[in-house]
Write a protein that binds this ligand. Structure first.
Ligand SMILES: [Zn+2]
Ligand SMILES: [Zn+2]
Length: 234
């Protein structure tokens, strides 16, 4: 068994001066050529393109095949919970980069009462690496092939469409929680409701135990990991 990552140093809300230092260091690492709009557009266009192609290739899906969509959504929601808790919050080979970008960086810079990015370049501190969506598509190809041959091409296509849609939703929602609460997107009812769940997770003292869903807090609800104060605070 690998040793559990010691994250105690990050489980304390840092004073603003310390957070600003971490923020400045993180921002200094962003290459000059970084374009936040390309970073946002790339996974969005890849995801929406995959969805369009998959749906176009469907051949008269049955109701049973269409059940793939809610089933994959449910599984993805639990997977999001698992990856967030066990990969983003605990160093896990070979995905250490995700831990370093999340626990000592994303969580130190953005805290419950200071969630907003200070400019579009900070998209880099919120979005997953731009190639993430392609990596997910490629690493799950064996599963896609298995569904294609063992169940049906329609099931495989619906799996691709739903999983890619999930990744895009994750990116858009997470980004929207870190927009200023006064912005047009930030003010919307849905975003406000979902942001409260994620903002509570951005309490360093609570982040290792509570509110791991970033999209819809379903797995948190089922597994009892929604912090009791989440809604009271919202
Ligand atoms: Zn966040
Ligand atoms: Zn987290």
């Amino acid at each position: 068994m690998p040793k559990r990552t010691d994250t105690r140093a990050f489980e304390v809300t840092q004073p603003l001066s310390k957070r600003d230092t971490v923020r400045a260091a993180a921002n200094a690492k962003i290459p000059r050529w970084y374009n936040p709009w390309v970073h946002l557009a790339f996974p969005s266009l890849v995801g929406l393109g995959m969805i369009t192609a998959s749906v176009a290739l469907l051949r008269a899906p049955t109701w049973l095949e269409l059940l793939t969509v809610p089933v994959v959504f449910l599984l993805a929601n639990f997977d999001e919970w698992h990856i967030h808790r066990n990969v983003l919050h605990r160093r896990t080979w070979p995905l250490e980069v995700l831990y370093w970008r999340h626990t000592p960086e994303h969580h130190v810079i953005f805290v419950r009462d200071d969630m907003a990015m200070r400019g579009t370049r900070e998209f880099r501190l919120v979005l997953i690496p731009f190639y993430g969506i392609l990596a997910i598509f490629v690493t799950t190809l064996p599963l896609t092939a298995a569904l294609w041959w063992l169940l049906s091409p329609n099931v495989a296509l619906l799996w691709v469409a739903t999983s890619m849609g999930y990744v895009v939703a994750y990116e858009w929602l997470h980004l929207s929680y870190h927009l200023p609460a006064t912005s047009r997107v930030g003010r919307s009812r849905v975003v406000r409701w979902l942001r409260a769940h994620h903002a509570w997770h951005h309490t360093p003292e609570l982040m290792q135990r509570w509110n791991f869903n970033v999209t819809i807090p379903l797995a948190d609800w089922v597994l009892g990991t929604t912090h009791p104060d989440t809604r009271r605070a919202a």
